[in-house]
Write a protein that binds this ligand. Sequence first.
Ligand SMILES: [Zn+2]
Length: 105
Amino acid sequence: MEQFIIEIPHAEQNCLDLIRLLRAQGDLASFEWGCQSGVHTGWGVITAGNETEACIVIPPLMRRKARVARVARFDVTIIAPVQKNEPVLPSPTMLHMYRAFPCWW
Ligand SMILES: [Zn+2]
């Protein structure tokens, strides 16, 4: 099983219908919503065997506009081998980031 993020953009007039459908399916708790800040989109993370199974969560009338992507978390075990191969000097992009956001480093 893998994790998939589902993005369901919708019109303001479809909010309640979409929420009711997801509630009836038992999937409402998997979603967060931007509707109250004017971004009529729902984002949910679900577990499914593949992308086709993940799409079943999306109400059929919303599938054309919805996006689904398999997602994964990165942790230090994934980052460490990459860091070993990085040059000693930071790249120009990283130097720009250091200057732009000095409080982050
Ligand atoms: Zn909405």
